[in-house]
Design a protein around this ligand. Structure first.
Ligand SMILES: [Zn+2]
Ligand SMILES: [Zn+2]
Length: 295
């Protein structure tokens, strides 16, 4: 695979008239090429050249995909890290991206989710201090909300502006009156990812507001447009969604133990027989108690 950023080729020649860029001389002004702002694949020396080429270029002029890497709770889940890298068409809605992530990570799609853009001014220590002193309420009529954690949240349409019961456990400040909300069903990726207001902010995809499966989203570049979301890369076996984060770490320990204790054997049994998105082959794909392996 070529590196993501090699997609947009450097300017060498106007795609309409063939002129090459030049520095200014006494006889002619400086000539610079500009990219077609939508597809970023064509270069023109002037607006006139872009307009002249438009009828020919229009059918091929598509916004490039975004290459996004999703890292699952990377501060805790490390051995192995669990990530997936997707190439996503720019006109995909965030609701569709959510569905693709459910498949890519092997989640069971039974809990709430959102996509959120962090407020760089947010200080979690300050907010936690307020929370400890009982200042924060998580009810509809809360008069004091604490500090805003997110500049923007994309939510499921029927949850916009309301306290999802799912958010009650430790998420008093995920919803905030000064956090802009949009629906995942009606928002296409490029509307947010091309908006300079959000381009420097940390992004996350949160699945299950009880267990808090946070996926940190890293922009890896752009890629040629495709009709579907494509999974480019990934590592780490899908995680049992109802295990809890620490429970997942404990389950790996159980598989690695040469002589698991009773609790560890129970965990292994649960994962292979009862967990909603468990794996009857255990971890590693080599049968019960195989070494914890990679995808
Ligand atoms: Zn030209
Ligand atoms: Zn174009």
């Amino acid at each position: 695979m070529s590196t993501p950023n090699s997609f947009a080729s450097p300017a060498s020649v106007c795609d309409n008239c063939g002129k090459t860029p030049s520095t200014s001389t006494s006889s002619s002004p400086k000539l610079q090429l500009s990219k077609c702002s939508r597809c970023k694949a064509k270069w023109y020396c002037s607006e006139a050249c872009q307009i002249a080429d438009w009828d020919a270029h229009r059918p091929a002029c598509k916004r490039p995909n975004y290459i996004l890497q999703f890292n699952l709770v990377p501060d805790i889940i490390r051995d192995p890290a669990v990530f997936r890298t997707l190439s996503v068409p720019a006109t995909t809605t965030f609701a569709k991206l959510h569905n693709a992530l459910q498949v890519a990570f092997g989640w069971a799609n039974t809990h709430g989710y959102d996509f959120a853009w962090a407020d760089p001014a947010y200080d979690s220590d300050e907010n936690e201090a307020l929370d400890r002193e009982g200042f924060l309420e998580c009810f509809e009529d809360a008069t004091f909300w604490g500090f805003r954690k997110f500049v923007l949240r994309l939510r499921e349409k029927d949850k916009l502006g309301v306290h999802n019961p799912d958010t009650m456990g430790g998420h008093v400040n995920r919803t905030h009156p000064e956090t802009k909300e949009k629906s995942t069903e009606h928002t296409k990726l490029f509307k947010i990812l091309d908006d300079k207001e959000y381009s420097d902010l940390e992004m996350e995809y949160m699945y299950d507001f009880g267990d808090n499966w946070r996926h940190d989203i890293i922009r890896k570049g752009r890629a040629p447009p495709t009709s579907h979301i494509v999974c480019l890369d990934g590592r780490g076996h899908g995680v049992a969604q109802d295990a809890t984060i620490t429970g997942w770490e404990a389950l790996k320990e159980a598989y690695r133990s040469p002589s698991p204790n009773e609790e560890q054997r129970d965990n292994i049994y649960w994962y292979e027989n009862e967990a909603m998105n468990g794996d009857s082959n255990g971890l590693g794909g080599g049968g019960p108690r195989a070494r914890v392996g990679y995808k």
